[in-house]
Design a protein around this ligand. Structure first.
Ligand code: CP
Ligand code: NVA
Length: 312
């Protein structure tokens, strides 16, 4: 049976542990220069309707390191741009490919692709979620802090796709997460309610200082996501006071770790001093995207994948 990864709620704690363990193995193999061609003869399509630097390059490099191939398909170069139905696209691509990695706008687009495709579909960012990024961020936390659980996580800024995925991670792993968002920019209410129903320790506040107080990990992201370019100016005004600065971090736990999925706007959601300072792990996060996504590709498409997910 194929398994999709549309968001972190598709995973259980055991899946999470499996991804973390496989990531460490693959990262060590790469460091040691040991070939690990587990996906030879496999082909993955990258169907991207939004720009990307890290996610595209890390999936492509990762797939090559695993011995497989990728086909990069910007949405505008496919017949989707000429109104071919999503379902037909999914049917056809399933005949050629072993997996499909998708970056798109509405989450319902990837849901429709996944429902019809007979191959695993992996979310590389939608307007609602960015699961591979948050899994990579949690792998980075594991490296830096030695654990993911039992820490206080703060989110400062927009209640966007990253914030929603952090909430879902809190639901799956039981994390303590406080998000500071301006009024009107809260995370998706259904995501929040569902996490609370699952027993997650998640709270939304208006004051960034409250969120950051005693935090072990502080994350932020751009104030205007891809597709919200027309709102850049108004958002700049609304989000004033939500900059992750040394001043804000003074209230965090000593040794706080600062995260940003990048690209960053220095002087807006984060100061240049914090982004490039000792608390920041942003470039480790970026590197770990490749190791984590390799683990996901290996576990989702590699030998044994069908048996692994048969009962899930
Ligand atoms: N963090 C992230 O997803 O970066 P890209 O948009 O460059 O892929
Ligand atoms: N929230 C951002 C993340 C970019 C990686 C966006 O969707 O543009």
């Amino acid at each position: 049976m194929k398994k999709d990864l549309l968001d972190i709620r598709d995973l259980g704690r055991d899946d999470f542990r499996l991804i973390m363990r496989r990531t460490r193995e693959l990262k060590e193999l790469r460091r040691a220069g040991v070939p690990h061609l587990t996906l030879a003869q496999r082909t993955v399509g990258l169907l991207f309707e939004k720009p990307s630097t890290r996610t595209r390059a890390s999936f492509e490099a990762g797939m090559y390191q695993l011995g497989g191939r990728v086909i990069y398909m910007p949405g505008r170069d496919t017949q989707l741009s000429r109104d071919e139905p999503i379902a037909d696209t999914a049917r056809v691509l399933s005949r050629y490919l072993d997996g499909l990695v998708v970056r798109t706008f509405g989450h319902e687009i990837i849901e429709e692709l996944a429902a019809v495709a007979t191959i695993p579909v992996i979310n590389a960012l939608t307007d609602s979620f960015h699961p591979c990024q948050v899994i990579s961020d949690l792998y980075t936390v594991l490296e830096v802090k030695g654990r993911c659980e039992g820490l206080k996580y703060a989110w400062v800024g927009d209640g966007n796709n990253m914030a929603n995925s952090w909430i879902n991670a809190a639901a799956v792993l039981g994390l303590n997460l406080v998000l500071a968002c301006p009024a009107g920019f809260d995370p998706d209410d259904r995501v929040l309610k569902s996490a609370l129903a699952a027993g997650a320790l998640v709270k939304v506040v208006r004051d960034p200082r409250k969120a950051v107080a005693g935090a072990d990990v502080v994350s932020t992201d751009v104030w205007a996501s891809m597709g919200q370019e027309a709102e850049v100016e108004t958002r700049r005004k609304t989000f004033a006071g939500f900059t992750v600065s040394d001043e804000l971090l003074a209230g965090a736990r000593p040794g706080v770790t600062v995260m940003h999925c990048l690209p960053a706007h220095r002087g807006e959601e984060i100061t240049a001093a914090v982004l490039m300072g000792p608390a920041s792990v942003v470039f480790d996060q970026a590197e770990n995207k490749m190791h984590v996504q390799k683990a996901i590709l290996d576990l989702w498409l590699g030998d044994g994948a069908a048996a692994r997910w048969r009962n899930s």
